[in-house]
Design a protein around this ligand. Sequence first.
Ligand code: ATP
Ligand code: MG
Length: 328
Amino acid sequence: MKPRVLSGIQPSGNLHIGNHLGALRNWVKMQYDHECIFCIVDLHAITVYQKPEELRAKVLEIAGLFLAAGIDPKHSAIVAQSMVHGHAELAWMLTCVTPLGWLQRMTQFKSKSEAQETIGDGLLQYPTLMAADILIYQANSVPVGDDQAQHLELTRDIAQRFNSLYGETFVMPATTLPAVGARIMGLDDPEKKMSKSAEGAAHAIALLDEPSVIRKKIMRATTDSNPAVDFESMGPGVANLLAIYQAFSDFTNDQMRGHFAGMRYGDLKKQVAEMVVAHLEPLQQRYKQITADPGYLASVLKDGAERVTPLANATVNLAKQRMGLYTP
Ligand code: ATP
Ligand code: MG
């Protein structure tokens, strides 16, 4: 049996190169020697307000981008989270074994709640729902960006606590991080990770940005007061541009030094922009072809949900039995 992989992306805005380098393109690389389930986690997206019609459209857009990036729906299940009812059901059971203090410590909860006028309970419960997404499929490995590592640790803590209270139930999932590109930073503020939900026109490069927009955003990226690349002393903005280049090019550290040491920032930015455009243009063309047939993506999501629902139901039933919930 192939090891099982689960990962997800929220339909909470425009997918960006951080999502691509931290998650999506690693999914593509793993998909043939693992049994993969990739979720569009709409129940997570509503932890902050989403306009209903935009959310519905985003789910299909993201399904299209998964395919355009190279996910093969014949091998991997592509699933809209809310179509599989067990995610929310198991999340409640896990909520009941999760101490409040564990959730309040999460850095994502702290940073996302800062931006809200009233903090929805869903923002706090986010990691128990994420634990349910993973544990419901008894996933062995979860390929994510660095920002989700803390939630993965919490997932293992929750699984362990459930297993010790109620008996062995859940497989312990491992965190799989990429060597390069695990945390792409905002182009406008390289102290903050690039995020779909962040404000700012020049913050992120969206996967569907026109080449001219990509070039403009990169040329405007924040650097530092040095004139040229110095590997011994560089600010986070320059380090981020180099990380983007390295992740797309697969250059080694030595190749990066050889190529960029002493290069003026204007030239560095041009090279990064061309590298990004060269990778996103073909993806955008595939996206156009895939979305030309409006019914196709809905059928991919229907098929994905049908394939994984029996797996999810089996785990929900097992957890119910373990907890003593009534299962006739
Ligand atoms: P949001 O602002 O709505 O939380 P996001 O950009 O953080 O959006 P998510 O849907 O939360 O995106 O995360 C999807 C996947 O992309 C996760 O695996 C996450 O770790 C990864 N990821 C998100 N941002 C980055 C980033 N800046 N660099 C690398 N990986 C990232
Ligand atoms: Mg996020």
